[in-house]
Each structure stands twice: as C-alpha cells, then as structure tokens.
Design a binder for this molecule. Structure first.
Ligand code: NAD
Ligand code: DAU
Length: 351
C-alpha cells in the first residue's frame, strides 16, 4: 500500500509525512512544487529512506500526476498543496487561484481517471482534501462556532480560493461518485512553520530584538491547534471518515492575537531571557485589509463519529513550539536568508 501526499514539504504536510512514516511505515509519494514555502530540509530525517519518494511537481501538471498515479498506484491521495498565506493573497491573488483552484481541479481530474479507469471505482480509495475554517467567513463575539453546515462566506482571496477548491471536491463526489473527504481546520502552530505566520514570526522577531507587529487592535480571535493534533485528525478521517462527508477540526483554544503574543513573550522570558521583557517589543501596526474578526470551530462531529479530540493543550503546545524554534535557530536562519532554496540540490535526489 502507498499514499500520495501533495504539499508534503510545507509546514503541515511535512509534519504529516514525518508523523505518518513514524506511525504506519506505509510508503509515501510526496509531490511538492517547492514554492517559497516548500522546504526539503523539513524532510531531512527521511533522507535515505526508500519508503519516502519525493517528486518535485506541480499539482496543476495533470499528465505528470497521471503518470505518478499509474506508476505508484496509491490507495489514497491527501491534498495539502496550496498557497496558504492570507497576507500574500491580498498582495497578489494569481498564484492562489492557479494552485488552489486550477491545481485542485487538475489533481481531481487525474484522481478521477485513476480511480475510475485504473482502480475500477474501488470503493476503498480515498481523496482527502485539507482545507480551512476561513471558508466560513468571520464570527461575531457571541456567534456559535463554525459547524460543517455553516454557509460558506470566504472574505480573503486565500479563503475564496480554498472555498472554490472545496466546492470542486464536493462536486467530484456528487457528480462522479469519487470517494472524497474534506477537512476544515483552524489555525495550526508547531515545528517547521514558515516564519511569515503569526507564531513563528513573533518568536523569530522577539529573539532578534525587533518590534512584534500586531495588526489592528490585536483582538482578532483564532482557534489554535497544535500541528501534531491536526495530523492525527487527518489520519482518523482517512481511516474512518465517510466518503462525501466534511469534518471540522479545531483545538478548542480560542485566543485573541494579543493574548497569543503575550503568552509567547512570557515563555520566551523564561526560556531565553533578555535584558528587558519581550512584551516591550509589542507594536500595534496597520490592520490587515478585510481582517476576519473571529474564527471558532465546533469539532463535535469528528469527536462523535471518529473519536478524535485534540490532545495538546495550548500552553503546552506553545512551550513545545518556542523550544523547537530555540533549538532550530539554523533552520530559521536558512529560511530567512533564502539558503534553504539550495538544499534540494545538496541533500535531495529529484525523481
Ligand atoms: P505551507 O504554505 O506551509 O505549505 C504549502 C506546501 O504546498 C509547500 O510545500 C509548497 O511548496 C506546496 N505547493 C504550493 N503550490 C503547489 C503546487 N502548485 N503544486 C505542488 N505543491 C505546491 O502551507 P501549510 O500551512 O502547511 O498548509 C497546508 C494545507 O493546509 C493548505 O491546503 C492550507 O490551506 C491548509 N490549512 C492550513 C492551516 C494553517 O494554519 N497553516 C489551517 C487549516 C488548513
Ligand atoms: O484559520 C486557518 C488559517 O490560519 C489557514 O487556512 C491559513 O493557511 C493560515 O495561514 C492561518 O491564517 P491566518 O491569517 O489566521 O494566520 P496568520 O498567522 O497569518 O495570522 C494569525 C492572526 O494574527 C491573524 O488575525 C492576523 C494576525 N497577525 C498576523 C501576522 C503575520 C498579526 O497580528 N501580525 C502579523 O505579523
């Protein structure tokens, strides 16, 4: 048996591949275009492991995907590949439409041909699409958390492109009967996250003694989930989810951004003390255009039907994350200098 993972050199994808290889040992075909967010160094622990085949390819390259599916005959596809950063989508939406919408379309087309013609509509095949809670829009302070039946109302170019991809996945099930699963997850944090996202950005800026830029009034709320818990949720959905169903995944850890930054500062004060408390670096800056006020996930369906619940408490996950960034300063430095772009040629065999 083999699974094909897309976007497996990014933050969540690489955590998932490492986790998967540790937990099951089942071979992985890892298809990643290696955009700025893809980093083969994330997969260094798998160097030399024949069960992990890395392929540098674009999910929009349908002939290449068809060839890979025919060659490796995976029993499942898990689609992490995406442009994922909201701020980048505001500055330029083209790559988001191309990868998240057009790319997902080509991946679905390749998967459909493979499932229908090569596997003879094998009902055990799965196409799992990894998506986001941002497709549901923004909540007011007293609104109920997003459930799987909340209407889509995406507000940013990023979330609109992810919403479009979710609709395509849904249609490939409804129209062609393809056994698809969709997960909509809240904000992840943990090791290997590209330092443009709130938590790793704040850690690296704090350690560099630079201002910590908090957008707007800092009271926007996100529901934080440790990345290892997201990986276990995806494993549960892949193993036991019902085709055609959607599962929301969240951490039951709603926090205002300013609370998150204060928590990070407090942990850093303890683990890497500086002359002054890190919170002195907090600086309020211009808000993100269209900034969604609050996200919150109702994850009762996945708990009830698949027995999944988050296992890492917010404070514990934050501590582990800060410690990881302290222990991996070279990783951050290489990402910031751009040096990580050269690691493909040095450390990895392209297939
Ligand atoms: P990331 O930006 O860290 O990684 C994305 C990966 O996809 C990179 O390795 C990149 O090289 C690859 N990629 C981009 N375009 C590609 C293409 N055209 N073909 C093949 N590979 C391509 O993203 P992430 O934070 O790891 O997110 C992974 C998935 O999870 C995304 O679909 C995202 O929408 C979703 N998600 C993320 C979060 C979060 O908090 N980070 C929460 C919920 C859902
Ligand atoms: O909710 C799930 C989504 O979470 C995923 O789908 C996205 O891929 C992922 O990037 C993330 O999106 P956010 O926009 O919520 O994450 P980000 O880390 O960019 O920002 C988190 C919050 O912190 C948000 O309210 C904006 C704020 N922020 C962010 C940055 C980078 C700041 O205040 N300052 C910053 O410098």
């Amino acid at each position: 048996m083999t699974v094909l993972i897309t976007g497996g050199a990014g933050f969540i994808g690489s955590n998932f591949v490492l986790d998967w290889m540790g937990a099951s040992g089942e071979p992985v075909i890892n298809v990643d275009k290696l955009t700025y967010a893809g980093n083969v160094a994330n997969l260094a622990p798998l160097a030399g492991d024949a069960r992990h085949v890395f392929v540098q390819a674009d999910i929009a390259d349908q002939p290449r995907l068809e060839q890979l599916l025919a060659e490796h005959r995976p029993r499942a596809i898990v689609n992490f590949a995406a442009e994922s950063h909201v701020d980048r989508s505001i500055h330029g939406a083209g790559d988001f439409v191309q990868t998240n919408v057009v790319g997902t379309f080509h991946l679905l087309q390749a998967a459909l041909g493979y499932w229908r013609d090569t596997l003879g509509r094998d009902s055990s095949f799965r196409f799992l699409h990894v998506s986001t809670d941002e497709v549901y829009g923004s909540l007011g302070p007293d609104d109920a958390a997003f459930s799987e039946t909340t209407a889509y109302a995406p507000n940013s170019p990023y979330s609109a492109s992810k919403a479009a991809s979710d609709h395509l996945v849904r249609a490939w099930h409804h129209t062609y009967g393809m056994p698809v699963l969709t997960t909509n997850c809240s904000n992840n944090y943990g090791p290997l996250q590209f330092p443009e996202k709130l938590i790793p950005l704040m850690i690296s800026k704090a350690l560099a003694g630079e201002p910590l830029p908090v957008y707007g009034d800092g009271k926007n709320v996100r529901d934080w989930l440790y990345v290892g818990d997201h990986c276990s949720a995806i494993r549960a959905v892949l193993a036991r989810g019902t085709p055609g169903e959607v599962y929301n995944v969240g951490g039951n850890s709603e926090r205002q951004n300013i609370e998150v930054v204060h928590t990070l500062c407090r942990i850093l004060d303890e683990l890497a003390p500086a002359r002054e408390p890190y919170s002195r670096l907090i600086t309020y800056v211009t808000d993100r255009p269209g900034h969604d006020r609050r996200y919150a996930i109702d994850a009762r369906k996945i708990a009830r039907e698949l027995g999944w619940e988050p296992s890492v408490a917010f404070e514990d996950g934050m501590r582990r994350t800060v410690q990881w960034y302290l222990d991996n300063a070279d990783w951050v430095k290489a990402v910031q200098s751009g040096e990580y772009r050269q690691w493909l040629d040095v450390n990895y065999v392209r297939r």
